[in-house]
Design a protein around this ligand. Structure first.
Ligand code: 8X3
Length: 258
């Protein structure tokens, strides 16, 4: 059944991982997609594939969400009929580096804060007013992390950005309580995507090691939960979902089989 037929969904960070799986699951559910990412070729290909596979409409936009001027321009320049965005999936985000705070890279911190926190704010600031203007039963889905609940060693700044996502989600939900707009914070634990490759700046050996001895979540697992939250009846607001692999209790407590 096409649960989201005709709904317009904006997905940030759609070229890889959870964003990409989300785009696929949403297209399968009948949604019309606006996909954004920094890499235009990847989302252009994805967009085309989804159009062919699911016969749905899909727009690809090259966008770095941490660039406020670019975010404003991208949304202002959307064709009028695409401005009626029912659902915003704030997925774009990254972890960079895994080291003690006092030995970390300030450049990595800037990137994480700019993308994970400011990028999410910029998109939300632009898109929620459109949901209100068009009187939509809007929905903002933020992709947070278990790292936003429990900090772990060597991850202070990443954890802090996801903690910000947690509280921004809570605050936004309060600010929108007198509207039909719902706010959901999805907090996945260890999910095998290119997350660790990015974190270790392309060191594949290190990245692989993160998931050795466990069965991690897949991006499809998370996409399924997001589609579920979006498809719930309008009076049902799924505020928060925390999901970990069965072998992960919290950020740092992981049972690895030898
Ligand atoms: C991803 C969860 O535990 O790999 O945000 O940091 S974890």
């Amino acid at each position: 059944m096409q649960k989201l037929k005709g709904k317009i969904v904006f997905v940030s960070g759609a070229s890889n991982g959870i964003g990409r799986s989300c785009a696929e699951a949403l297209a399968a559910a009948g949604a019309k997609l606006i996909l954004c990412a920094r890499s235009f070729n990847k989302i252009e290909d994805l967009s085309k594939n989804l159009r062919d596979l699911y016969n749905t409409e899909s727009l690809a936009i090259k966008l770095d969400v941490s660039n406020r001027g670019a975010v404003d321009k991208a949304i202002d320049n959307l064709p009028e009929e695409w401005k009626k965005i029912d659902i915003l999936v704030n997925n774009a985000g990254c972890a960079l580096g895994l080291e003690k705070l006092h030995e970390g890279s300030p450049e990595d911190w800037d990137n994480m804060i700019d993308t994970n926190v400011k990028g999410l704010l910029y998109l939300t600031r632009k898109i929620v007013p459109l949901m209100l203007k068009y009187q939509l039963n809007g929905h903002v889905v933020n992709v947070g992390s278990t790292a936003g609940i429990f900090a772990y060693p060597n991850g202070a700044v990443y954890c802090a950005t996801k903690s910000a996502v947690h509280f921004i989600s809570d605050g936004l939900r309060m600010d929108l309580v007198d509207t039909p707009i719902r706010v959901t914070n999805i907090q996945p634990g260890m999910t095998e995507t290119n997350f660790s490759n990015v974190r270790f700046h392309g060191d594949e050996e290190k990245a692989k090691n993160v998931y050795a001895g466990i069965t991690p979540l897949t991006p499809e697992d998370i996409a399924e939960i997001i589609v579920y939250a979006i498809s719930a009846p309008p009076h049902v607001q799924i505020c928060e979902v925390t999901v970990t692999p069965t072998q992960q209790a919290t950020g740092g407590i992981v049972y690895k089989k030898k």
